[in-house]
Write a new protein. Structure first.
Length: 647
């Protein structure tokens, strides 16, 4: 099908594969624009249906659509869903074997792949670029396009490679998509991607097509709650709310602690962060996705690409460092269009914590140069040496040896990367490895082997030669597929076989790597340009200021504040945020507070110690309960100590 495809063609594709009768929002306009050969930018909020805007035209047009996305979990998930729909899709990311990458690229050249998902890091690969020149590319999709902007909240240097890919595919239009971009970042995205109209029937190049979908979420109530005891506030909120929930925290320690606290209070919760083994992540995500676990307590490692429509509550235990991050994470609530709430917990200590992040994210230049020098000591690299060499990087060991704090070292390395001295890959996949510890003959004589174990052994023998002589890299998902079991089952079987000394199994893990991009300099010659340091620090300070303004302002509609930040003017208040509810007089009534006081005093009438969580059984409105409790404690009518209440 060529660029002149009619609307009915797009709608029939939508109906055939996804079962929808028609498009929504700006989906149709984006699809028609990219199919007409125009460079196109789509600004769509989280849950706006971004994937439809490139998957439908990919099926309507001849050739392969390249989809650049930094989210490997999303990549795998979308490819899996497309396969279930009978659509030919593949993904290339770190950790795949060379032969597998080669097979995928050759199939693209042959025209048997409609969508090829690629992580931005793979774009610079010589193999990828060489094969790309022989493919028929329909168009290039850049998902999470804000990552290409140095002024964006989530800049990824690897995204800059996309401009070079455009030179290899000059006739392929670009579709850039983002859910979080200020007007300044939108301008930068267009500049970085060199977006322009490539319509062939005009002699002069005209401006690109930009389609904006309102970022307003009419079903989502934005609330800021000032809470001195955030643990109490979380439990109180979740006891009274129903449905699935996400609680976002800043640290792995908090994720585990709050999850355990919720479980002790009788709530169904688990936690998620980047430090978990991939099988643990997968299992916990599936349990939450399928409602076997109600609450996910997580760092920002969780949620990107997660499409669970019925999340009723998103709670931020701490402030993110930008409104972009907050808007995206809060927007994971209520994707099904039903009422949902996004709650930010805030108290006096949060302001100081956010201000400290500025110094942690942009340490002094002399400190950055010192980290650069200590890195050379760590790897024993002389001045003038080291170019092109990669090293594993253990940040805890490095910090212990040179007496640094991990957060500041991490920030220093990122700045050195932007300045071009090193490449710092903090999440490089170190692929799983295995080796047989018994001979082939002994393997065939084994008894007490389950059918699943036998199928895993056979899959290893069929796909990987030389495992009797030495370790070999293995793809657990492929072994699982050939054995007819799930990947978590495969992982457990490999561990059991390892415990029984039949194989040696080294699981996949993420290992940070540092690669010197130029010869080592003496630290006094390390140059950190204004655009890399001062200008980016200023942008970061402005994002922190905007986040604090949102949290601390109590006289404006929350939804309007967010919309205006993203360049969208709203004529009316939302009617459901904490400010709007107070404006409408929906605050704590004297009658309601008096009722709550009486119920608390009745509970404590037996003069026994009662844990504070017992108050939730009273099923009182949150604001009335909080107001009544504060009054009774301040008036010394009851005592509160170590989480217990007494008369």
């Amino acid at each position: 099908m060529n660029h002149s495809s009619h609307r009915e063609d797009f709608r029939s594709i939508l109906k055939r594969y996804w079962g929808y009768d028609d498009f929504r929002g700006i989906q149709r306009e984006i699809i028609e624009s990219i199919c007409a050969g125009h460079d196109t930018l789509g600004l769509m909020p989280t849950g706006g249906g971004k994937s439809i805007t490139f998957q439908v035209p990919a099926l309507a047009m001849e050739g392969t659509c390249i989809v650049v996305t930094p989210l490997i979990a999303l990549m795998k998930d979308q490819v899996h869903h497309l396969h279930q729909l009978g659509i030919r899709a593949e993904a290339i990311y770190s950790g795949l074997q060379h032969q597998e990458i080669l097979r995928i690229l050759e199939n693209c050249i042959l025209g048997s792949v409609k969508l090829l998902y690629v992580s931005p890091e793979r774009l610079g690969s010589e193999l990828f670029q060489k094969k790309l020149m022989h493919m028929q590319i329909s168009f290039i999709t850049v998902d999470e396009a804000h990552c290409i902007s140095q002024w964006g909240y989530d800049f990824r240097p690897s995204y800059l490679e996309i401009a070079n890919i455009r030179l290899l595919c000059p006739s392929a239009p670009v579709l850039a998509l983002t859910a979080t971009a200020t007007p300044h970042v939108v301008d930068d995205i267009c500049k970085r991607l060199e977006i322009e109209d490539k319509t062939k029937d005009t002699k002069e190049k005209t401006s690109f097509n930009v389609f904006r979908m309102s970022f307003e979420r009419k079903n989502l109530a934005y609330l800021v709650r000032h809470a001195d005891d955030k643990h109490y506030e979380i439990i109180n909120t979740l006891q009274q709310a129903s449905g699935s929930a996400i609680i976002y925290v800043r640290s792995r320690r908090h994720a585990k602690e709050i999850s355990e606290y919720l479980c002790e209070a009788g709530l169904s919760a688990t936690f998620y962060h980047a430090g978990l083994e991939h099988t643990e992540k997968d299992q916990r995500q599936r349990d939450w996705q399928h409602d076997r676990t109600r609450i996910m307590v997580a760092t920002n490692a969780f949620g990107m690409g997660i499409d669970k429509p019925d999340v009723r509550t998103v709670i931020h235990y701490e402030c993110p460092d930008s409104l972009e991050a907050y808007f995206q994470e809060a927007g994971r609530a209520g994707r099904d269009g039903k009422p949902a709430q996004a709650i930010l917990l805030y108290n006096n200590s949060d302001n100081a914590k956010l201000q400290k992040r500025i110094a942690d994210t942009f340490p002094e230049k002399d400190y950055i140069r010192q980290v650069y020098e200590h890195l050379a000591f760590y790897y024993q690299i002389a001045t003038g040496d080291g170019y092109g060499v990669s090293h594993e990087f253990n940040i805890d060991e490095f910090c212990l040896r040179f007496r640094h704090f991990p957060i500041r070292v991490h920030s220093a390395l990122q700045i050195l990367q932007r300045a071009g001295y090193i490449d710092y890959d903090e999440e490089a996949d170190n692929q799983a490895r295995a080796r047989f510890l018994v001979s082939r003959e002994d393997l065939y004589r084994l008894e007490q082997v389950t059918p699943d174990e036998e199928r895993v052994i056979v899959a290893l023998l069929r796909n990987y030669g030389g495992l009797f002589a030495d370790y070999g890299y293995i793809d657990e998902s492929m072994v699982a597929q050939q054995a007819g079991i799930s990947q978590p089952q495969c992982y457990e079987i490999l561990k059991v076989l390892s415990q029984r000394q039949l194989i040696s199994f080294i699981p996949q893990k993420k290992v940070p790597y540092i690669r010197y991009m130029q010869r080592r300099e003496d630290k006094e010659h390390v140059i950190l340009p204004r655009s890399i340091y001062e200008e980016r620090r200023k942008q970061y300070e402005l994002r922190i200021k905007a986040m604090l303004q949102y949290a601390e302002t109590s006289h404006r509609c929350r939804s309007r504040m967010l919309l205006e930040y993203f360049g969208e003017k709203s004529a009316k208040n939302c009617g459901q945020c904490d400010f709007c509810l107070e404006e409408h007089g929906e605050t704590v009534t004297k009658k309601g507070q008096e009722n709550a006081r009486q119920q608390i005093l009745s509970l404590l009438a037996d003069r026994q110690r009662h844990h504070i969580t017992e108050l939730f059984r009273l099923q009182l409105p949150t604001d009335e309960l909080n107001a009544a409790l504060s009054y009774l404690v301040e008036e010394e009518k009851i005592k509160q100590e170590d989480g217990f209440l007494t008369l």
